[in-house]
Design a protein around this ligand. Structure first.
Ligand SMILES: CC(C)(COP(=O)(O)OP(=O)(O)OC[C@H]1O[C@@H](n2cnc3c(N)ncnc32)[C@H](O)[C@@H]1OP(=O)(O)O)[C@@H](O)C(=O)NCCC(=O)NCCS
Length: 222
């Protein structure tokens, strides 16, 4: 059914990361809806958004095919956006052109992670790690400085009345607490650079985004 070049695959070859294609639009919307049950409706990416992503920046759109079931089971969406470490406060949806990626800047030095989702029954099998590998591979291929995102600390909403976000992050960084999103990103080489209040509207992360950055080691940072 899907006959697309493989970018990265699992060790046994069952899961293959490919560039998303128009035939996957309803699958991508479904993955999004299931992955972000508490995100406000106005910030969900739907089929028309994914179609625009594929048109504007096809190389930045990744999907995972389960070759056994011939099914799309995970996806991630990226655009190129500049990163200013002195002024990183921003809101998710306007930053990504209200979901359509019209803010994509082909001259930017950074790749911005707009979205990643794995179907629940496929989680904890290393699929997000395959997507992070594909995204980091793209950064290296394009000679970019790195990959960054406003990560959603999805375990924070449940404890927001017990501690400030900074204390929560310290516990996650010290591995004293597992956050279902941030802990995985830290394992994959991302580092926390800042806190973005009112990044989006989602109770699970108390509307916070956490600026996370993965730097391309081929770039001379001195
Ligand atoms: C976040 C998400 C993409 C992760 O996808 P995934 O495919 O399950 O992630 P992986 O399997 O690659 O990695 C999971 C890691 O967490 C670890 N892990 C899972 N539960 C854990 C727990 N309770 N304690 C400690 N580690 C745990 C796993 O062992 C694995 O690490 P390892 O590979 O080093 O062993 C997925 O949960 C998802 O789609 N969530 C909903 C959408 C979302 O929140 N996206 C992020 C928006 S910023």
């Amino acid at each position: 059914m899907f006959n697309l070049p493989t970018i990265v695959s699992s060790a046994d070859g069952r899961y293959q990361v490919v560039n998303s294609s128009l035939e996957m639009l309803s699958d991508l919307e479904q993955i999004q809806r299931i992955s972000f049950p508490e995100l406000s409706d106005g910030e969900l990416m739907l089929s028309e958004h994914f179609a625009s992503h594929i048109k504007i920046f096809p190389a930045g759109q990744h999907a995972i095919i389960d070759t056994l079931e011939q099914k799309v089971v995970a996806s991630s969406s990226d655009i190129m956006l500049e990163l200013d470490f002195g002024h990183y406060q921003h809101k998710f949806f306007p930053a990504v052109g209200d979901g359509f990626f019209t803010t994509h800047n082909p001259n930017a030095r950074w790749l911005y992670g707009a979205d990643i989702g794995v179907l629940p029954e496929y989680r904890s099998q290393g699929l997000s790690s395959l997507l992070y590998q594909a995204r980091q591979k793209l950064v290296v291929q394009l000679g970019l400085h790195g990959h960054y995102a406003g990560a959603m600390p999805k375990g924070y909403g449940a404890v927001r009345d017990e501690m400030p976000i900074e204390a929560y992050l310290h516990e996650v960084i010290r591995n004293e607490r597992f956050d279902p999103v941030l802990s995985i990103q830290l394992k994959r080489g991302y580092r926390i650079y800042g806190v973005i209040p009112e990044y989006l509207e989602d109770a699970s992360c108390a509307n916070y985004g956490i600026l996370i950055v993965w730097r391309n080691s081929a770039v001379n940072w001195s």
